[in-house]
Ligand binder design. Structure first.
Ligand SMILES: *Cc1c(COP(=O)(O)O)cnc(C)c1O
Length: 377
């Protein structure tokens, strides 16, 4: 018996949709399925404009280009995140300024952001860890008072919300990931959400090699030309076709994931009540999307032992981020503002349990039983 940590989602419709692309002889970017995916995101999140991209990393890179991030700028973000959050800005010459996380949600501690602001700060990048929202009201208020941009790293936040607003659609811009490890996937892919006027034309140009090809296809210009420095950030329509098969039944996938998450939560509650482990916190006003189920062990040693115990039984449980400020590139391109009270400590206690669309109830129960067995022994 073997239970993987993740299995990429698929619904059965993917091949049919990819076949439609091939038969339509339209497999490059911005075909029918890309448009359907963009429309789905716009409708479900309320963003002004959604553009499918080749990854969330690339969507974030686009935000750095759109905001004109340059050498000497500073961008505030948590250290407990994926490398792409920092890469996108560091590539443009900015310094990543890391702020500590809250121990309850593992999101950036909104109360520590203001003291990390300098005259060089340009943007705040909240990361909605595990699809649980950061404290966005506070963050948006700080950004407004200091004239800073907010770029949401909502890679894990598709279908999650904060006080009724979709994650990714709250800040100036938001970024989704459709990597195979995310709730909805196209292998490699993502989306840029533009929530304010004024960036849409430029985003279309940057995404299409710096040309106004999008305007040309809409018949707004009679030939397209090189307008700005850009790159190629649009995915093949075949990838979009794969994704659309999931977006179509996103509610069903979301419900199935939440059922698994809730089963873990209820099943492991007794261990939390006796102080053996800690369970995730979902603050009031946050609706999460069951992107991830993690537990917190006592410390790193206990985590390694539990991971090995589950591994022997064929169950793949995994740790998560190595804090960026402790990594070689993090030391070179970033600095930690304030004290690292929780980032390192909490990162060493996290163990993520298998959670994917298609994990069965029996597997779900078995994993719970084994975690309990570990703590009983
Ligand atoms: C997955 C992830 C990314 C990167 O997404 P890609 O689509 O693989 O580029 C960025 N940030 C966070 C928080 C992620 O979880």
């Amino acid at each position: 018996m073997k239970i993987n940590f993740n299995v990429p989602p698929h619904t059965g419709k993917e091949l049919e949709y990819i076949r439609q692309c091939i038969e339509a002889e339209k497999i490059c970017g911005d075909g029918a399925f890309t448009k359907k995916c963009n429309a789905w995101i716009e409708e479900r999140t309320g963003t002004k404009k959604a553009l499918l991209t080749t990854s969330c990393t690339h969507a974030t890179e686009m935000t750095a280009l759109l905001l004109g991030i340059k050498e000497g700028d500073e961008v505030i973000m948590p250290s407990y995140t994926f490398v792409s959050t920092a890469d996108a800005f560091v590539l443009r010459g900015a310094t990543a300024v890391f702020v500590d996380i809250r121990p309850d949600t593992l999101n950036i501690d909104e109360k520590l952001i203001e003291s990390a602001i300098t005259e060089r700060t340009r943007a705040i990048v909240p990361v909605h860890y595990a699809g649980v929202a950061c404290e966005m009201d506070t963050i948006m208020d700080i950004a407004k008072r200091h004239s800073l941009y907010v770029v949401e790293d909502a890679a894990q936040g598709v279908m999650a919300s904060y006080k009724g607003k979709a994650l990714g659609a709250i800040g100036d811009m938001g970024c989704f990931s459709f990597h195979e490890t995310k709730n909805y996937s196209m292998g490699e892919g993502g989306a840029l959400l533009l929530n304010r006027d004024g960036y849409i034309d430029m985003a279309e140009i940057i995404r299409e090699k710096g040309t106004d090809r999008s305007r040309f296809f809409r018949g707004q210009v009679d030939k397209y030309t090189w307008q700005e420095a850009g790159s190629s950030y649009l995915p093949s329509d075949m990838n979009a076709a794969y994704l659309y098969a999931q977006l179509e039944i996103a509610d069903e996938i979301n419900d199935a994931r939440l059922k698994i998450w809730n089963c873990y939560y209820e099943g492991l509650r007794s261990l939390a009540e006796t102080g053996k482990i800690e369970l995730p916190t979902v603050p009031e006003g946050c609706v999460h999307n069951a992107h991830m189920f993690y537990i917190k062990t006592k410390d790193q040693e206990e985590r390694a032992a539990l991971k090995a115990f589950l591994g022997e039984k064929g169950i793949l449980a995994v740790s998560h981020y190595v804090p960026l400020h402790s990594a070689p590139a993090g030391k070179k391109y970033g600095r930690f503002a304030g004290e690292d009270r929780y980032t390192t400590k909490e990162s060493e206690r996290i163990l993520r349990l298998p959670l994917y669309y298609g994990l069965t109830e029996e597997q779900n129960e078995l994993i719970i039983d084994l975690v309990k067995e570990f703590y009983a022994g």
